[in-house]
Design a protein around this ligand. Structure first.
Ligand SMILES: *Cc1c(COP(=O)(O)O)cnc(C)c1O
Ligand SMILES: [Zn+2]
Length: 464
């Protein structure tokens, strides 16, 4: 790439406020977590006329000539033609996004769809075990462009694991992590500690930690990698590109994902909106965002209060009132989505409008049963991930999803993130009672046998 083209590509990408009545733009060198003028979220925006977007869907992952192989090995940067905000030598990768769309006939049977039409996009196979690595590649790239030296996040666990892994692997930045006390799954905490992140337990939950990290990063000039960072969402768009790729460049009818801070759903909506804008996709998949019942702000606002994006003029006063009067704390075994104040709410409303999307909430029982069925595919996901499958079952049961539909569920994180939930479920040891959970539908209890050959043989035969 000639220096001249690099500069052109650079100028053609910028940041823009999502509020249509503001629409202020900012150049890429500014580090912002919201619009300084109106307080809304920012997008990374592109002037596609000055770039070279692919002309056919099947070309979106084609490597451009002369490009270093390093980037083509990344499941994020091999799609860089659709997130062209960084010069190629600034792009950070630790091997994120090498994930596959997998057929899931048992899940299909469980939810009542055709066995060859249900797919799982298993993002647990990322370097730190969750989809967050897709976004972190984008955030670290921007951080490198602006020369940041310290990065921070508030986290239910996976963002901190991803931040810590990227910081350690690249040596670019120091990592500072804020978690709610006692609110983090063991696997995730182990990662932050092992990868050397400075870890602070705030007395409180994720929503408390999130509010604090916004203040801390502003006061201390620390680079924030939570999903209010628009560069993170650019990386997460690629999860959708890989689903399209996995389906031979055909769009599924539905994409389902869990909804926590709503960064993923927002990124997915942006990915599809841009593909439509570029004329690469005529019919967009419908998005279903699934909350846990114990953390169902989005579901309440959309389904009970009728909140809509409304071309960007959504009822902000009503949202503020909702949060002002929200007294209860989020509570669900799906700790990655145990969030009552989702920071990307407005962008998610936009994604729902663009994709004619829906929102549902599922109980912890439904989520853990769905997770056990996913497990029978030989795919291990953490509780929050299984919300997408639980939501699928519910939407098929309601008749909202057609029985012939082609469906992709995003499995956001790896089983080993939260082994305590899985063992509690299968062993029925009562440890999940604090979530109000009794025995589930698909337990697989370990069998205790004395150390005696006859008795062991007897038990093995009985199990067949
Ligand atoms: C972060 C996370 C979520 C929630 O994603 P949002 O983008 O915050 O809605 C869901 N599942 C897992 C495993 C996560 O790590
Ligand atoms: Zn603005």
């Amino acid at each position: 790439m000639s220096p001249r083209r690099t500069r052109r590509a650079h100028d053609a990408a910028f940041q823009r406020c999502v509020n249509p009545d503001c629409s202020k733009t900012f150049d890429l060198g500014q580090v912002l977590s919201s619009c300084p003028s109106c307080g809304e979220l920012l997008d990374v925006a592109y002037d596609w006329d000055r770039l070279e977007p692919p002309r056919r869907l099947q070309d979106i992952s084609r490597a451009r000539r002369g490009v270093r192989e390093r980037l083509d090995g990344s499941g994020v940067w091999r799609f860089r033609a659709l997130l062209p905000f960084a010069p190629e030598d600034s792009c950070v990768t630790i091997g994120e996004g090498r994930t596959l769309l997998r057929p899931a006939p048992r899940v299909a049977e469980y939810v009542g769809l055709r066995p060859d039409r249900v797919f799982l996009q298993y993002e647990g196979m990322n370097p730190s075990g969750s989809f967050k690595d897709n976004g972190m590649a984008g955030a670290f790239t921007h951080a490198r462009m602006v020369g940041a030296k310290v990065a921070a996040c508030a986290s239910t666990g996976n963002t901190s694991a991803s931040l810590a892994a990227f910081a350690a692997a690249t040596g670019d930045m120091k990592a500072v992590v804020f978690i709610g006390s006692g609110k983090i799954a063991m696997g995730k905490l182990s990662q932050a500690l092992e990868y050397g992140a400075r870890t602070f337990e705030i007395e409180g939950d994720f929503d408390d930690a999130m509010a604090r990290v916004l203040e801390v990063s502003r006061e201390a000039g620390i680079y924030l990698v939570n999903s209010v960072n628009p560069f993170r969402l650019e990386g997460q768009k690629t999860i959708m590109y890989r689903i399209l790729e996995g389906l031979g460049w055909h769009a599924p009818d539905w994409v389902l994902c869990p909804g926590g801070n709503l960064g993923n759903s927002s990124a997915f909506g942006k990915a599809f909106a841009e593909l439509a804008e570029l004329g690469l996709l005529k019919r967009l998949p419908r998005l279903a965002v699934i909350n846990a019942t114990g953390a169902r702000t989005l579901s309440r606002l959309v389904n009970q209060e009728g909140l809509r994006w409304n071309g960007g003029r959504y009822d902000r006063a009503r949202v503020n009132e909702f949060f002002r009067t929200l007294a209860e704390r989020a509570h669900t075994i799906a700790s990655a989505i145990e969030i009552n104040r989702p920071v990307n709410l407005s962008k998610c409303l936009r994604a729902l409008e663009v994709t004619n999307g829906v929102v549902r909430d599922c109980s912890d029982e439904e989520i853990l049963d769905a997770k056990a069925v996913v497990g029978l595919e030989g795919i291990g996901c953490e509780p929050a991930s299984a919300a997408s499958v639980a939501g699928l079952k519910r939407l098929v049961g309601e008749g909202a999803i057609d029985r012939d539909a082609v469906v992709a569920c995003v499995l956001t994180g790896h089983l080993l993130k939260a082994p305590e939930a899985t063992i509690g479920y299968h062993s029925c040891d009562g440890s999940l009672a604090r979530y109000g959970l009794g025995p589930g539908r698909f337990p697989n209890r370990p069998v205790r046998v004395p150390n005696d050959l006859e008795k062991i043989l007897e038990a093995v035969r009985a199990a067949q």
